[in-house]
Design a protein around this ligand. Sequence first.
Ligand SMILES: O=C(O)c1ccccc1NCC(=O)[C@H](O)[C@H](O)COP(=O)(O)O
Length: 260
Amino acid sequence: MTILDKIVAHKKIEVAARKEILTVADLQSRPLFDKEPVSAKAWIGSPTKSGIIAEFKRQSPSKGLINGTAKVSDVAEGYFKAGASAMSVLTDQEFFGGTVDDLLAARSVSPVPIIRKDFIVDEYQIIEAKSIGADFILLIAACLTPKESKQYAAVARNLGMQVLLEVHNEEELNAHVDPCMDLIGVNNRNLKTFEVSIETSKALAEKIPNEFVKVSESGISNIENIKELKTYGYKGFLIGENFMKTENPAQAAIDFIGQL
Ligand SMILES: O=C(O)c1ccccc1NCC(=O)[C@H](O)[C@H](O)COP(=O)(O)O
């Protein structure tokens, strides 16, 4: 069983339990449910913005504990002031130590588009994402059938949210891509071996249709990576560990984005 299989199996049980506590109607009655989402495509694709999607991530299956002390609201405010084009908040508790409250805390201090970074396996999580103020969601091709990806993308679009489809290879891209999606992310992390290589982004760049904003995800640790990926048409750069492993992730983002 791969780590992704374990995460998905756990997620299905977790979502079933969450549904027992809060119904869809409960989610729809939350005040943030009616908030107009901010366009991630516009912010990340803008030539006048950094393109950095700065992530709040306490721990991960590949690295264990990354940062056990950073306060999400301080980091979110700092990422915004640093000039991040978007923020990613891990809301998975079991494997990443995140919560939906983290996203709510980030939302309360930051106007940038925020992605609910989780393993979406049920429409309920998309409605929940809207109810906590997320602007866009992640759909991971490796966790879903093409039918599910397309169906979930349509649900998000109907709610006014945008979709970042994450792929690892050309087969996933071709099978899952859909007009209801907005951004395509290439994950540089092999989820079986945890090895990271930006060569994955470079190899897939020309296969991604131009109507989607291209995002390179994982293992980005220096400005040279960004400069190189930009020549392949990437506009978005998802960075987690490089900021979160420091004592002050916001300052790390300020220093990094300041060099762009
Ligand atoms: O990060 C992991 O170990 C991981 C394991 C299994 C599934 C997903 C995983 N990461 C999620 C992410 O997408 C990354 O947090 C994100 O791309 C940022 O990566 P990095 O800059 O390398 O922290």
